[in-house]
Design a protein around this ligand. Sequence first.
Ligand code: SAH
Ligand code: DHB
Ligand code: MG
Length: 223
Amino acid sequence: MSQELWTAVDKYLEKVLMLPDPALDAAREASAAAGLPEIAVTPSQGKLLYLLARMVRARRILEIGTLGGYSTIWLGRALPPRGRVVTLEADPRHFEVARENIKRAGLAKVVNQRLGIALETLPRLAEEGAGPFDFVFIDADKESSVEYFEWALRLSRPGAAILVDNVIRDGEVADPQTTEERVLGIRRLNEVLAQEPRVSATTIQTVGSKGYDGFTLALVGGG
Ligand code: SAH
Ligand code: DHB
Ligand code: MG
């Protein structure tokens, strides 16, 4: 089992299951051309975000970590008329590239981009009375995963889904000796999830063109 095989299978799945998609392809190409890190969700993962958002009938979506807006476009497309995505990004260059990509995808009116450090933007969203959100995608700096999760919980309604990206990191998450801050951030999140009665959560490991990683999915409302 190897990265080459995982990548080949992702390519195969994209070819057989996904229609050509000019706006998404352009978003990926423009992001790469602008020198953004190539760490957006894969097409199959993007479609998973879209399906999960539709499954909870999301009208308000919060995303933490926009990058070039690739995942944002998938989430924006999951919305019914008058639905909204609020997406948070700290890097002005990423923010600008995302703005063009989102505009090209016809979602400029649906997506509300906020430039700034998410831990500063989130309290402002709360003050504004933004939300409650039906779906939250946490995909920014992993060090702050616990704080993002707590904000997601505070800003979401019962029945909402919270999805966290990059929670396995080549399996390093299971290493109790790890000193990597990003991995420690996820380990702290797991401790919080384990004793948080307001959510029911599971973590699924994934392989694919982005390597060996995983998602945590939490349903607000416990059980
Ligand atoms: N969700 C995107 C990928 C996000 S990559 C997709 O799948 O298409 C992570 C992003 O989080 C990067 O753009 C990075 O600049 C941003 N980020 C990192 N730390 C942040 C912070 N403290 N506040 C807001 N954004 C942050
Ligand atoms: C990284 C960040 C991500 O959000 C991701 O999906 C993959 C990698 C990173 O910072 O390396
Ligand atoms: Mg990610």
